[in-house]
Design a protein around this ligand. Structure first.
Ligand SMILES: O=C(O)C1=C[C@@H](OP(=O)(O)O)[C@@H](O)[C@H](O)C1
Ligand SMILES: C=C(OP(=O)(O)O)C(=O)O
Length: 435
């Protein structure tokens, strides 16, 4: 799907003249929407998914399910998807699925297709052809599925010749992505024998697995998690159709919490609070350690920025989609900001460590690159154009830096359409009174 044509080649960010003091509504969670859709597709009966994200990533998921013969209807104005579940089977006997650069769609559907009977191909954009999927294919092969990387690259395109999935025991390498595990967990209830999955290596991005278990539970399926080393999903469970409410997206909220942090202002995000299972909400704890004041109720979170942010040394393995949010505002801190244990973000929309380092250096910032992270030193930030590498999080993160320092221009602003098509309007509204 093309990015929004109404965006120019670049956007210049106007710095704010005073601290922001706003409530910001962010769109539905990508992770929640892209779990609820395939689970609803496997349920008995018709589910309604409310508060859903409408963006490129969820479009690819919904369109692919439709191509598989599962009826998904979308009402963008109501932010609702209605899904006629196929009761654990895949109606289509063949399909060629287009998944853009949506990691969740690629990984979740690869496992889901193993439940089918027929031959399926799944392919994405150039960058998706560089993003790993072999650990998931290996795990499926151990379960007897003919699932291969067509060009032998360990990446899409993927071909699955499926003849139903009995279940059983498999091993999965957890070091590159948690999405492989989430993908297997979601199909487990629909197998006759269930799944026992032993994790090899340290599992990254663990909170996303808890989110998977919670969405599965909302549709009536259970699993056990043995210290993130072994997962057991009983077979012959039926997902029950349900009315499912998607939470606001915690990763999207991180940009506005960072806006409060860099302007010394206040941002409140409703709908996201201590009840949330989204790991990225813990980004506010990082900001708290840097001097922000955080107030969290059961369903709202408020961040107040300090006079000046302090430096920090932080392991962001569990919340790595917010690593760029932190890296982009890091030059404004009074001490070094070290972000560690995020080697896996080199395999996302772009090599995110390398991209952040390159773009911060372009703005005159002193940065050290490490194999698994970076250290940003307090630096004056000079005006310049920030390249975004077709990575929505590059654009959104550096836009927040641009709210605090003059002359930041963001290349290809339309790339935000992957998860937050309304980002620029939301940012304009949040800063309207103080430009
Ligand atoms: O399961 C999910 O919804 C996601 C898991 C994370 O990926 P990894 O597990 O590959 O780190 C995250 O970066 C991605 O945006 C969404
Ligand atoms: C890594 C991301 O997405 P995905 O892996 O789902 O493509 C992201 O949204 O930052």
């Amino acid at each position: 799907m093309a990015q929004s044509p109404r965006y120019p080649d670049e956007i210049e960010i106007q710095p704010v003249r005073a601290p922001v003091d706003v409530e910001v509504a962010v769109p539905g969670s990508k992770s929640d929407t892209n779990r609820a859709l395939p689970i609803a597709a496997l349920a008995d009966g018709t589910s309604v998914i409310r508060g859903a994200l409408f963006s490129n990533d969820t479009h690819y998921m919904a369109a692919a399910l439709n191509a598989l013969g599962i009826h998904v209807t979308a009402s963008r104005e109501d932010r609702t998807f209605t899904v006629a579940g196929a009761g654990g089977s895949i109606p289509a006997r063949s399909a060629s699925l287009v998944i853009g650069n949506s990691g969740t769609t690629a990984r979740f559907l690869t496992a889901l297709l193993a439940l089918g009977r027929g031959e399926y191909v799944l392919d994405g954009v150039e960058r998706m052809r560089q993003r790993p999927i072999q650990p998931l294919l290996n795990a499926l092969q151990q379960l007897g599925v003919d699932a291969v990387s067509i060009h032998g690259t360990g990446c899409p395109p993927v071909r699955i010749r499926a003849n139903g999935l009995r279940g059983g025991h498999t091993r999965l390498d957890g070091r590159e992505s948690s999405q492989f595990l989430s993908a297997l967990l979601m199909v487990g209830p629909c197998t006759p024998d269930g799944l026992t999955i032993d994790i090899e290596g340290d599992l990254v991005s663990k909170p996303y697995v808890d989110l998977t278990a919670s969405t599965m539970a909302a549709f009536g399926a259970t699993l056990t998690n043995e210290r993130y080393r072994r997962f057991v999903v009983p077979g012959e469970q039926r997902y029950r159709a349900t009315e499912y409410q998607v939470e606001p997206d915690a990763s999207a909220a991180s940009y506005f919490f960072a806006l409060a942090a860099v302007t010394g202002g206040r941002v409140r995000v409703p709908g996201l609070g201590s009840r949330s299972l989204q790991g990225d909400l813990r980004f506010v704890e990082v900001l708290e350690r840097m001097g922000c004041t955080v107030e969290m109720t059961a369903d709202a979170t408020e961040v107040r920025g300090p006079e000046r942010l302090a430096g920090i040394d932080v392991d962001m393995n569990a919340i790595s989609d917010t690593a760029q949010t932190l890296a982009a505002i890091a030059p404004l801190a009074s001490g070094p900001v070290a972000i560690r244990n995020v080697a896996h973000i080199r395999a996302k929309e772009t090599d995110r460590i390398s991209a952040v380092v390159t773009e911060l250096r372009r703005l005159g910032v002193r940065v050290e690159e490490m194999p698994d992270g970076l250290v940003v030193y307090p630096s004056p930030v000079r005006p310049g154009r920030v390249e975004t590498y077709d990575d929505h999080r590059m654009a959104m993160s550096f836009a927040i830096l641009g709210c605090a320092t003059p002359g930041i221009r963001i290349a290809d602003p339309g790339c935000v359409a992957k998860t937050f098509p309304e980002f620029w309007d939301t940012l304009a509204a949040a800063t309207a009174g103080v430009r």
